[in-house]
Structure formats: C-alpha cells, structure tokens
Design a protein around this ligand. Structure first.
Ligand SMILES: Nc1ncnc2c1ncn2[C@@H]1O[C@H](COP(=O)(O)OP(=O)(O)OP(=O)(O)O)[C@@H](O)[C@H]1O
Ligand SMILES: [Mg+2]
Length: 288
C-alpha cells in the first residue's frame, strides 16, 4: 500500500457517529494485528483521539477526569499550522509526529487548545497539512494515514480533505441519515469544484459508508432506514460496507484508554476484524 493513494479522512458533519472510535480502533487493529504502518492525524480541536491514545500509551495519566501527569514538549498538529508561516523548511518531523509504538504514530492535537479556538487567522492555510504530508513523503512511509475530522464544515475539514485520497463515512441509521449523507456528498462535490487545482491530478473518492451503533437485533425501522439509504444512493458511486459497527454500551461507558483489543469481547473484536478486512479489500480494489 505504501506510496499509493492511502490518506483517508473519517468524515461526517454529524457529531457522535463513531468517527473517532472507528479511526482509533481500526488504526490500532491494523498496526497490531495486521502489522501495518499507520499514521493517525488528529485534526479535530476536541482532540478525543489524541486523549485516547495518550492515555493508553501512558503519555498522560488522568484520574477521575483530572489530568495527573503529562509528558512535556509533545509534538502537535499546531506546529503544522503555525510554525510554517515562513515556509515549510522549519518544521521538524519530531515536532509533529509522536511514535506511540513502532508501527503506530500520531500527529496529536494540542491538548491545551481543547477548550480554545485554534489560531486560524494569518498564516493559517488549508494547504499546510497537504504540504506537510508531501514534503516528508509520508505516503511512502505508512501503509495508511487516517485523519480524524471534526463534525463541522471548517478550516480543519477542508485541510483534511485537501490532504486526502479517500473519505470514509461512519453513519448512524436514524431518520436524518439520508439527508446527512446527501449533504456530505454535495459538500465534497462543491469542494472538488472550488479547489479544482488541488484535485485535478489527485482526486478524492468515496471509500465507503459504515453503518454504526447498529443494535444487536435491529428494529424494523432501523433496517428500513438502511435500505432506504442504500436505495437512494445506489447509482451514485457510494459504497456501503457489508459489515456494520454494532452498538456496544461498554464503549460509551468505558475508559477512553480502553480499546476493543483490550477487552474480553470476542464478538466485538470479530466485528472490528471484519471491518478492517473489508476496508483493506476495498482499498486494494480501488488502488488496483
Ligand atoms: N459502538 C458503539 N456503541 C455505543 N457507543 C459508542 C460506540 N462507539 C462509540 N460510542 C460512543 O459514542 C460517542 C461518540 O463516539 P465518537 O466520539 O467516536 O463519535 P464522533 O463521530 O467522533 O463524534 P464527534 O463528531 O463529536 O467527533 C462516544 O461517547 C463513544 O464512546
Ligand atoms: Mg470525533
């Protein structure tokens, strides 16, 4: 996969649909079980993905919601957006990428800005993340680069999409999902024409939609929603994953640092494994 189109945004303008959960769980699974080299980029100012990985790898310790200890001088995505004002040459890889393990690296969000608006004024350009990936030839170093996007249409989402070859859409199956998916497709179409120069020899394509938080025994309403969505998009070049990501309340009640691989839950592990398998098949298909 290295040196092929392998940058993927986890995207949905709706909040709480498992963007972060799928991004971090697939990243850990693919690196640990499939031995892939993975880079996760946390571009969401909420930094949920960063917090999860940092807790799991003991970069920081949290007790009852209080930050106890944290390594200092951590790399951060802020250094991509702010330090590169005078040109890219001044960015160092170690200011941006943290190595969680041999095969799993992260461009962390800045935990200090979780409650602040990031600097997106002068000097900030939606092009900088792309430039960073390109300058350091990161697509050759990793099998997959996952970008965890915020649920907004913002500077960050545009930065992520300008850097991506594909977008993957986690989608809950409620009454508004059809509208949400439709809106998302229109936003991507609009971006393609707005940023024609960027996308002309490097298109961005739909990797697929994964239905999330599907109950073990889905109601008729849920199944009907799913069928309606599939029907509405059947001629529109949108792929739907065969495998869904089931609802598991232990994920929402458990610790941020506990991943599916850390749990004693064979069913959930198997579901994640199937999603990762289908993801890799789909990537291999698309990249021919
Ligand atoms: N399979 C699941 N079953 C039940 N709860 C889940 C599941 N996956 C994630 N959750 C919980 O749902 C909430 C939203 O998940 P997550 O943060 O992954 O969504 P998101 O799309 O990244 O949200 P945001 O748009 O705010 O970034 C979290 O509290 C998470 O723990
Ligand atoms: Mg999220």
């Amino acid at each position: 996969m290295k040196d092929s189109p392998n940058v993927i945004s986890f995207l949905n303008m709706k909040g709480g649909v498992c963007k972060t959960t799928l991004c971090k769980e697939m990243a850990l699974f693919l690196s640990e079980v499939k031995d892939r080299d993975i880079l996760v980029i946390d571009i969401d100012p909420q930094s949920n993905c960063t917090q999860s990985f940092f807790e799991r790898y003991n970069v920081l310790q949290i007790d009852e919601g209080e930050l106890i200890t944290c390594e200092t001088n951590l790399p951060s995505i802020e250094n991509v957006f702010s330090k590169s004002k005078g040109g890219l040459r001044e960015i160092k890889l170690e200011d941006v990428i943290y190595e969680l393990s041999n095969k799993l690296h992260i461009v962390p969000g800045d935990l200090n800005t979780v409650f602040m608006e990031r600097e997106t004024g002068t000097g900030a350009s939606e092009q900088k993340l792309f430039n960073f990936i390109d300058q350091f030839k990161l697509q050759e170093k990793y099998d997959y680069i996952f970008i965890d996007c915020p649920p907004t249409y913002s500077f960050y989402t545009v930065s992520a999409l300008l850097s991506s070859n594909y977008y993957l859409v986690p989608l809950k199956s409620d009454a508004y999902s059809l509208l949400g998916l439709d809106l998302l497709e229109r936003v991507v179409t609009e971006l393609r024409s707005l940023y024609r120069a960027n996308f002309s020899n490097r298109p961005i394509n739909n990797l697929g939609t994964i239905f999330t938080m599907i109950p073990k025994t889905p109601s008729k309403g849920v199944l009907r929603n799913i069928e309606q969505i599939k029907e509405a998009f059947k001629d529109k070049n949108v792929y739907f994953f065969r495998n869904d990501f089931p609802r598991a309340d232990k994920i929402s009640t458990g610790k941020l640092s506990t991943f599916i691989m850390d749990r004693d839950d064979a069913g959930l592990y198997e579901k994640l494994a199937e999603i990762c398998q289908e993801f890799e098949e789909r990537m291999a298909n698309l990249n021919g």
